[in-house]
Design a protein around this ligand. Structure first.
Ligand code: AHG
Ligand code: MN
Ligand code: MN
Length: 339
């Protein structure tokens, strides 16, 4: 595979692409591509249900709350179950951890073959389901510590810094269903062709534009943003800046997908309601940060690189700033000057 960004000139399915990536790793056993095919299968199931949500009466909540006390939507549960089932039978997944599961789940039937950990947000942007706005799925793949196979507490196995990710990606259920992933060798984008049920390569080695005059933040929380963030956003509104365009969908995957393709910056700062940030480190910020960096962008929590943060709990939250290098550097200058 060349490392130049290029549009695919012919039909390449994601399976072929993953196998091609596999060939770049002589030590690779093919188990990794087998695992990723479990994720693509789940993605097709979730996509089919997202697209028929109104008909299948799976809108609305089920009357349960998850560990965050958030109302679980039927699609959250369906998406979570789909991923669990598709991964449990891969044989090489040892632990799964999900936004919708209070604790990680050890897949005992995998035994010592269960070398991979998959951490995921099965349905991102749940609040947008009932109003037909894009939602997504986010996943991150880690490796189990072989000595950890006997740990009684799988949480310790899961709490790894983002730099340890073997792969990360998301599926965005938008006007089309797209899957975007990286194994550390660039970011690659696929579009689901529903007529054949295959993800077809759309772009390889996607690069985030170095600059971008679009910021994406929930301005409703602006009064409680840190001073440096407020000053940066005020600058974005000046003639000197352009001014910037503001776009906010409220689904991280959709807001990031646009930032990846168009450039600019996404911000979820600390707020009065979420002083430590709202987004979860392990299965939202880390995978998004891996993709951003692989595409030439950057991702921080306002102080440090997201991928260097050492998680201390499974559902730990973090502030997230992610986007084009130029804007991330400019934001950091405003934050540093405000100290
Ligand atoms: P989830 O639906 O998985 O809980 O994620 C929702 C997140 C994320 O998708 C989005 O960026 C953010 O919540 C939006 O939060 P606000 O509605 O507070 O802006
Ligand atoms: Mn989410
Ligand atoms: Mn979610």
């Amino acid at each position: 595979m060349s490392d130049e960004p290029k549009k695919a000139g012919h039909i390449i399915t994601i399976q072929e692409h993953i196998l091609g990536q596999q060939r770049n790793h002589p030590t690779a056993t093919g188990g990794f591509s087998w695992l990723l095919s479990g994720i693509t299968l789940a993605a097709r199931i979730i996509s089919a249900n997202v697209r028929r949500a109104g008909i299948l009466d799976i809108l609305g909540d089920i009357g349960n709350a998850n560990v965050f006390g958030e109302q679980q939507q039927k699609l959250d549960i369906l998406a979570n179950k789909s991923i669990e089932l598709c991964l449990e039978y891969r044989g090489n997944v040892g632990i799964i951890a999900s936004e919708e599961l209070d604790e990680p789940k050890v897949i005992t039937k995998s035994g010592t073959a269960g070398r991979y950990i998959v951490v995921f947000d099965p349905l991102d942007g749940s609040s947008n389901i009932d109003v037909n706005v894009s939602v997504g799925t986010i996943f991150s793949i880690l490796e189990r510590d072989p000595s950890g196979f006997n740990t009684s507490d799988p949480v310790t196995d899961v709490l790894q810094a983002g730099v340890k990710q073997l792969a990360a990606g998301y599926i965005v259920y938008g006007s089309s269903t797209m899957l975007v992933y990286t194994t550390g060798e660039g970011v690659h984008m696929f579009t689901l062709d529903p007529s054949v049920g295959a993800f077809i390569l759309a772009s390889e080695h996607v690069k985030m534009p170095e600059k971008g005059k679009c910021y994406s933040v929930n301005e409703g929380n602006a009064n409680s943003f840190p001073t440096g963030v407020k000053r940066y956003l005020d600058w974005c509104k000046t003639e000197e800046a352009g001014p910037f365009t503001s776009r906010y969908i409220g689904s991280l995957v959709a807001d990031f997908h646009r930032t990846l393709l168009r450039g600019g910056i996404f911000l979820y700062p600390p707020t009065a309601k979420s002083p430590g940030g709202k987004l979860r480190l392990l299965y939202e910020a880390n995978p998004i940060a891996f993709l951003a960096e692989q595409a030439g962008g950057a991702a921080t929590d306002g102080k440090k690189r997201i991928m260097e943060k050492i998680p201390t709990s499974l559902h730990e939250r973090t502030p997230l700033f992610v986007g084009s290098k130029t804007e991330m550097d400019r934001l950091q200058r405003f934050v540093d000057e405000a100290k």
